[in-house]
Design a protein around this ligand. Structure first.
Ligand SMILES: [Zn+2]
Length: 344
């Protein structure tokens, strides 16, 4: 079955200058997919602009109006990390619309799975505010859109970006219909995502945080998937899996201190794909979040597509870290999380 990608040059118009979250990230990904011939194996899907009503599935009107207002004034800094240009509002509407279109294409059976290659990213944007390079929460809006339109009942969001998706967690903290699982370096930006944040009383247990110490690599991530994420997903029985795909846990990424490799990302994606195949007829949508080392990012996105398409032989020119150090023992952490979430 077909694998699709969402992309539009409008995403480059979110002009952040020399900021790490810059247009060149997507340019590098797209040219790498082109150069390696992988793009010809994929179905291109056009994004559309999300409506205010769709943004309101997660965000407060005031926040939407604020972002629109800053864009109309020519842009500016929203906080110490997050900057906008005059076209950022429009780009952000297409980013949300890209995540929605990817979800629709999969739900309607047009595609087996899809990856929305978009920016600005979304998982730090809370219902009330922009932060951490994110304006609107693309994946959270797509999840609510899918829950409403297709009456799904249960959606699983897996977030393997190295930072905790505080915005996504906040959007669904009271919602038992969305299981949010995040692996992230901890403590690290944005500071949230400890193991005892498990969802409110109304939605107890539908937030699973896996706060990993710095230095975790392929082995630790695979263990976490095997011992926590797969059993939790199996118990939840999602009807769609959405993935906040950030690649900043790669060892070469300067924004964090994990040791994942391109091959490691490919193995993680393979686990997620198999999970979707077993649990929800393969329905799987990826949405780009972070990843700031351009070579690692482009190679990891390509490896993701290779796995989704079913290509064998993942190219990993960067290999393992040259400075590689002994990864931490996460046995106790895994046991704690399993106990907390009754996963035995
Ligand atoms: Zn990140």
């Amino acid at each position: 079955m077909k694998v699709g990608f969402i992309y539009n040059p409008i995403y480059l118009k979110h002009d952040t200058g020399e900021h790490v979250e810059k247009a060149k990230r997507l340019v590098t990904i797209m040219s790498h997919l082109e150069r390696t011939g992988l793009k010809s194996q994929l179905v291109p899907i056009e994004p559309r602009a999300a409506s205010t009503r769709e943004l309101s599935l997660v965000h407060e009107r005031q926040h939407i109006a604020h972002i629109q207002d800053i864009a109309q004034k020519g842009g500016g800094w929203l906080d110490g990390d997050t900057v906008m240009s005059a076209d950022s509002f429009e780009a952000a509407l297409y980013a949300v619309g890209g995540a929605i279109r990817a979800t629709e294409a999969v739900m309607d059976g047009e595609l087996a799975c899809a990856f929305a290659l978009l920016r600005p990213p979304g998982h730090h944007a809370t219902p009330e505010r922009a932060m951490g390079f994110c304006l609107f929460n693309n994946i959270a809006i797509a999840a609510n859109y899918a829950l409403n339109k297709y009456r799904l009942g249960r959606v699983l969001i897996i977030d393997f970006d190295v930072h905790h998706g505080n915005g996504t967690q906040a959007a669904f903290y009271d919602d038992p219909g969305v299981l949010y699982i995040s692996t992230h370096q901890y403590p690290h930006y944005p500071g949230t995502g400890s193991i005892d944040e498990t969802g409110s009383r109304l939605a107890g247990g539908t937030t699973i945080n896996i706060p990993l110490p710095a230095g975790c690599g392929d082995g630790e991530y695979l263990r976490v998937f095997r011992e926590i994420i797969i059993p939790a997903a199996r118990r939840f029985k999602p009807r769609l899996i959405l993935v906040s795909a950030g690649y900043d846990a790669h060892w070469a990424d300067e924004l964090a201190m994990m040791q994942l490799t391109v091959s490691g990302f490919a193995r993680v994606v393979k686990v997620i794909k198999e999970m979707a195949g077993k649990l929800c007829s393969g329905r799987l949508v990826f949405s780009l979040e972070g990843g700031y080392n351009l070579t690692a990012l482009a190679s990891s996105v390509k490896a993701t597509f290779d796995v989704l398409v079913g290509n064998t032989g993942i190219e990993d020119k960067l290999g393992p870290p040259s400075y590689g150090f002994e990864p931490p023992d996460i046995t106790y952490l895994i046991e704690q999380i399993k106990e907390m979430h009754h996963l035995s």
